[in-house]
Ligand binder design. Structure first.
Ligand code: ATP
Ligand code: MG
Length: 498
């Protein structure tokens, strides 16, 4: 059980011995406790550094002189918050991604702070503080657009507590519904998701506290869960998505223990509140790693529970229009994010749901006899509503997404002199971008239409006049084609293979 590991110098850290690499909490095992105590004494006598938490998670404390993190690499506001807490007699640590990313030489996305002050105590210390969250009660210290998130150290779940609001609550699948039990830094570390995130920078002496071999995993580029993977994923299935996100973002490998249970537990994502999923999806697809996250999510079966309509088309026809569209959308989003161009969920959802929408419209037209145009309009509400069951897309994005869909139906009719007015539509640009992606996926008549619009959009005034007039001449032919039924996107794949 006990596993001694020699940690090699890490980014300037001295080698040191730590005990018990196992991250499975084992406080309930008396034999383990006795062996652990014996080993602790043995190594203490031999003056080697080692510590474990009560539940057996290893802890390494690296003093300032032995690591490379300096306050200059942190945001001024995070330092202000850390010092205010520290000077008021509270413990204060920078934690998680802030420490991890600085050690990896990356620019942290945000700086998270933990303290032993309660949310109410934090609120009293900072005028610019607002308390948020029910599941996790947190303090947000607001500096204009910069927000420093301050959490109170989380403890273990207890059965008897004085205050009801301190109780943690789980559902039948073991998912944590509320988690506001406060505790020590050791307990807090045991509640974190991955070892590379269980890194704390202590403002009182500038040391780093690394739990569960976090520093070593950073070095070997391993995403390892803290605790028993099955339990930790059931407590919060979103951790499965986080494993994928960190693996791609940090170019790390998900350790086998953390990877294997995902295949079986992925369907648990269905039960996560749709509002939370909306935020998680943004983090996965708008962080410059959309294509890699999409691929890995599909490999693990994490995509299907969140995007059931899209996934069933991908399964039916692995090289079909939907697959091509998804690949193009993910790659385009990555290119835009990396070039620091704007990306909007309205376009993203309009594009990935376009073929499920086409399929639904075809079905409605067949069943009801409506024109395809009217069937599309009827299908828009259906498809959006179905998608929002798993990921709640705010109306400020679902409404323009529908506009983008609507405009797809009008591209053909608006070739010619009407095009001058049509391109003034506020959603024209997004709709045109979707038309170009459809042209790539489908070719054929859509590619022809896209080519016409491309020359019109990119042409100068004189050229546009010529293009528009020539289209008007041929408009009779085009209009007669316009209402011809499109072949259903994935219908052809639903036939069983011979
Ligand atoms: P980034 O900000 O780059 O996405 P991060 O690691 O800082 O990465 P956050 O979502 O900001 O991620 O969370 C901050 C820290 O809170 C994490 O590092 C982790 O320790 C902890 N944490 C966040 N979400 C969970 C979760 N679902 N389960 C357990 N711990 C979590
Ligand atoms: Mg963070």
């Amino acid at each position: 059980m006990i596993n001694r590991i020699l940690i090699e110098p890490y980014l300037g850290y001295h080698s040191r011995l730590i005990l018990n690499r196992s991250s499975v909490p084992s406080s309930r095992c008396p034999i383990f406790r006795r062996i652990s105590k014996f080993c602790k004494q043995f190594f203490d006598d031999n003056q080697t550094a080692e510590e474990t938490t009560q539940t057996g998670l290893s802890l390494e404390v690296v003093p300032r002189k032995d690591h490379s993190i300096s306050r200059r690499q942190m945001s001024e506001n995070a330092i202000k918050v850390l010092y205010r807490l520290h000077k008021s007699g509270f413990k204060a640590y920078l934690v998680g991604g802030g420490v991890r990313d600085i050690l990896l030489g990356l620019q942290p996305k945000d700086f998270d702070v933990v303290t032993n002050a309660t949310p109410e105590e934090i609120k009293k210390l900072f005028r610019n503080c607002r308390l948020v969250g029910r599941r996790f009660r947190l303090a947000h210290i607001v500096f204009g657009r910069d927000v420093i998130e301050v959490a109170t150290l989380r403890g273990h779940h207890v059965e008897h507590v004085e205050h009801v609001e301190q109780v943690s609550k789980t559902n039948a699948e073991g998912r944590l519904l509320r988690d506001n039990v406060y505790g020590t830094i050791d307990e807090d570390a045991e509640r974190r998701d991955f070892t590379v995130n269980a890194l704390y920078y202590d403002i009182s002496d500038f040391s780093i506290h690394s739990y569960g071999g976090g520093l070593e995993d950073l070095k070997s580029r391993t995403i390892r869960l803290i605790g028993d993977p099955n339990t930790r994923y059931r407590e919060d299935p979103v951790r499965m998505l986080r494993a994928v996100r960190f693996a791609t973002k940090l170019n790390m490998t998900i350790d086998k223990g953390a990877a294997d249970p995902i295949y079986e537990l992925a369907p648990l994502l269905k039960d996560i509140p749709a509002a939370r999923m909306y935020e998680e999806i943004l983090k996965l697809f708008f962080n410059g790693q959309a294509a890699n996250n999409f691929t890995m999510m599909r490999e693990f079966g994490l995509f299907a529970p969140l995007f059931p309509l899209v996934d069933s088309q991908l399964v039916d026809e692995p090289d079909g229009f939907t697959a091509k569209m998804l690949q193009a959308v993910m790659e385009n989003t990555d290119i835009r994010v990396r070039a620091e161009k704007t990306v909007t969920p309205a376009f993203f959802y309009a594009a990935i749901l376009w073929y499920p929408l086409s399929q639904r419209a075809d079905d409605i037209a067949l069943e009801s006899g409506l024109s395809l145009y009217d069937a599309y309009n009827a299908a828009m509400g259906d498809v959006m509503e179905q998608q929002c069951r798993t990921i709640s897309i705010p109306r400020r994005f679902s409404t323009p997404a529908k506009d983008i869909w609507q405009l797809q139906l009008r591209f053909d009719r608006n070739q010619g002199t009407r095009a001058f007015k049509f391109i003034e539509h506020p959603k024209f640009r997004a709709a045109y971008d979707l038309l170009l992606l459809r042209a790539l996926a489908e070719g054929g008549s859509v590619a022809k239409s896209a080519a016409w619009w491309k020359s019109f959009v990119e042409g100068g005034e004189e050229q546009r006049n010529v293009i528009a007039r020539s289209a008007n001449k041929g408009s009779r032919n085009r209009n007669s084609n316009q209402r011809r039924r499109r072949k259903p996107a994935s219908k052809k794949t639903t036939k069983p293979a011979e």
